[in-house]
Design a protein around this ligand. Structure first.
Ligand SMILES: CC(C)(COP(=O)(O)OP(=O)(O)OC[C@H]1O[C@@H](n2cnc3c(N)ncnc32)[C@H](O)[C@@H]1OP(=O)(O)O)[C@@H](O)C(=O)NCCC(=O)NCCS
Length: 570
């Protein structure tokens, strides 16, 4: 059965001609969702992903018959009108994907949906995935992967975080527990279908035997869920995990709705209230599958023996490469089929993230790796590598010595710079990009901290920076990260009266944000880039210099080829 979506529901995509609308339509259809129409005003008559486009939802309904669900992919300021239009056309369930929908628009939608006897999920939601039945919104990524990862079963999930929804589903599935439906209620403070409403639906769903609720600090959603249990309206076992344990009052924790005000919405109060009504609150995310297994075994729900946790505990898992006799697969792709088809940079991205990037992303990553391959013999990493090499150390030891010298003040500022830019981006959500940039700059100035990713001991206009940022625009990758980087550069110049140029670390940080790469990998991009340069330095040291020489860091002269141009003919 599952909830909210099944194979018979007719779905319209509002904003289908947009970037996300078109891409998600393809994935929803591949997963089996019946997307019968799309809507973009002024684009009626076109086809997107073999789906007919209409000017209005009413026109789609008049032509194709009743529409059950609308998945909305229009920009936030236009969401209210699009949603009201769908409600007026008789659509009873909306999935409002966009983030940053104005609060008052969300409140108006709550009232209007109620008046129409309709519901909406979101705003700011990844959507819904009911394994084997359908997907709404952006959940699950590639259809083939989603079909492999999530399979039908007895556990329902309701969560306030998109990533946590799919992670919980993945870990449950890995431990042998299939899923009825996964619902991301949305990250905002006002959502159309809070946890309690999702629980009502799970209560009447015969497939769902128990529910995992992934909550977080802020709002009263978890307390409302507890009230539902206390009043006997939700009777199935509930496993709860609450994020934000360490958050202080007044700080926001990742999502717009995850904020503690005074004593309201705290981790402790939510945990206490849920425990009071008999929910099993787990301390660690990793405990969710075990708790679910215990509960289902108590309820005599059969779990396939070969996938129980007890068996799984005997093994550890790796999702990077799969090696079988005569077959090597990287993240699912045959290595021999990747060879010659994708660049080394694309393969690096694939290994790190699990996804095959577009050629444009590969091209930008190539440029990133080229940009920092070497910077002469004087940087600490080259000096350390050469010093080790001169002592007779083998290649691996000498190169490792160089890598070990990459730290906070040399090639290691990318992560700090990403944090700075992300900080500005978070603050910009409350106002403008400029205000966000000014606020982080003011904070760094007040604490007399160096601005990571800005300024260079040699370059005043780093040639690498300019080229990387230029390429990111040409390739259509530059986004909020690059915009904030530039805004911080301006704000610092304005505040200090002295312009600090963006350096290569800063440019890399902004690009890695726009490429969606995780912060903890940031400095490794510099390391990967510099590795061949260090090998060259060590090789030269070993082949050109005498052992145990005293190495002066700057008293050396370049005697390589004269200036030349890669576009020159050979
Ligand atoms: C909603 C969102 C996905 C749209 O992004 P996008 O696809 O890049 O935006 P686009 O501008 O390409 O497309 C929007 C389309 O909606 C169309 N549109 C605008 N108003 C519309 C309406 N009332 N009805 C139907 N379509 C409408 C636009 O015309 C545009 O189509 P076009 O490009 O063919 O003109 C994006 O703004 C967003 O919010 N992203 C974040 C989503 C997110 O993270 N959610 C939370 C997950 S946890």
């Amino acid at each position: 059965m599952a909830i909210l979506i099944d194979r018979d529901k007719h779905v319209v995509v509002q904003g289908i001609t947009g970037r996300e609308g078109a891409a998600r339509t393809r994935l929803m259809k591949q997963y089996g969702t019946q997307v019968i129409a799309g809507v973009t005003p002024g684009r009626g008559g076109e086809m997107v992903e073999a789906v007919p486009v209409f000017d209005t939802v009413a026109a789609a309904r008049d032509t194709l018959g009743a529409i059950d669900i609308s998945a909305i992919f229009v920009p936030a300021p236009l969401v209210k009108n699009a949603a009201l239009e769908a409600l007026a056309a008789g659509v009873k369930l909306l999935v409002v994907v966009p983030d940053r929908v104005p609060l008052y628009d969300a409140l108006e939608l709550v009232a209007e949906a109620e008046a129409c006897g309709a519901s909406f999920i979101g705003p700011n939601t990844l959507g819904v995935l009911s394994p084997g039945s359908g997907v709404l919104g952006m959940m699950g990524g590639r259809a083939a992967a989603a079909q492999e990862w999530f399979y039908p079963g007895p556990v329902g999930i309701t969560s306030r975080s998109g990533g946590v929804t799919t992670s919980a589903g993945y870990y449950l599935a890995q431990s042998g527990l299939g899923l009825s439906s996964m619902v991301h209620v949305g990250g905002d403070s006002v959502v159309g279908m809070p946890h309690a409403e999702v629980l009502r639906r799970f209560e009447s769903d015969p497939q769902t035997e128990c529910v995992v609720l992934c909550g977080e600090i802020g709002t009263s959603q978890e307390e409302m869920a507890a009230d539902l249990i206390a009043t006997g309206q939700f009777t199935k076992p509930l496993i709860a995990f609450i994020g934000g344990k360490a958050a202080q009052s007044g700080t926001r924790f990742s999502h717009a709705g995850a904020i503690i005000e005074g004593n309201r919405g705290t981790y402790a109060s939510k945990v206490a209230r849920l425990r009071e009504v008999g929910a099993e609150v787990v301390d660690s995310f990793a405990d969710i599958p075990r708790a679910a297994q215990r509960i289902l075994q108590r309820r005599s729900v059969s779990i396939p023996k070969e996938r129980t946790l007890m068996d799984n505990d005997l093994h550890w898992k790796s999702a990077i490469s799969h090696i079988k006799p005569n077959e090597i697969r990287l993240r699912g792709y045959r290595i021999d089929e990747l060879m010659g088809r994708i660049s080394f940079s694309q393969a690096i991205y694939l290994a790190l993230t699990g996804e095959l990037p577009s050629p444009a992303v590969g091209q930008l990553l190539d440029a990133i790796f080229v940009s920092s391959i070497d910077h002469g013999a004087s940087p600490p990493s080259a000096m350390a590598a050469r010093t080790a090499a001169s002592s007779g150390a083998p290649f691996n030891a000498a190169v490792a010595a160089g890598l070990l010298s990459i730290n906070q003040h040399h090639g290691g500022a990318i992560e700090d710079s990403m944090r700075l830019i992300q900080g500005g981006m978070t603050l910009a959500q409350e106002g403008s990009v400029q205000q966000g940039a000014e606020a982080v700059v003011a904070a760094y100035r007040q604490e007399k901290k160096r601005l990571p990713g800005f300024g260079h001991r040699v370059h005043t206009a780093d040639p690498r920076t300019q080229r990387l940022l230029e390429m990111s625009s040409q390739l259509g990758i530059a986004g909020a990260g690059v915009t904030m980087l530039r805004a911080i550069e301006d704000a610092w110049g304005e505040a200090s009266g002295k312009r600090l140029p963006v350096n290569v670390d800063g440019a890399l940080a902004a690009l890695l944000i726009d490429l969606g790469l995780p912060m903890e990998l940031a400095n490794t991009f510099f390391m990967m880039s510099r590795l061949p340069g260090l090998v060259a330095q060590v090789h030269e040291e070993k082949t050109r210099e005498r052992p145990m020489r005293s190495i002066h860091p700057t008293d050396y002269e370049y005697d390589g080829p004269a200036d030349r141009n890669p576009t020159d003919e050979n």
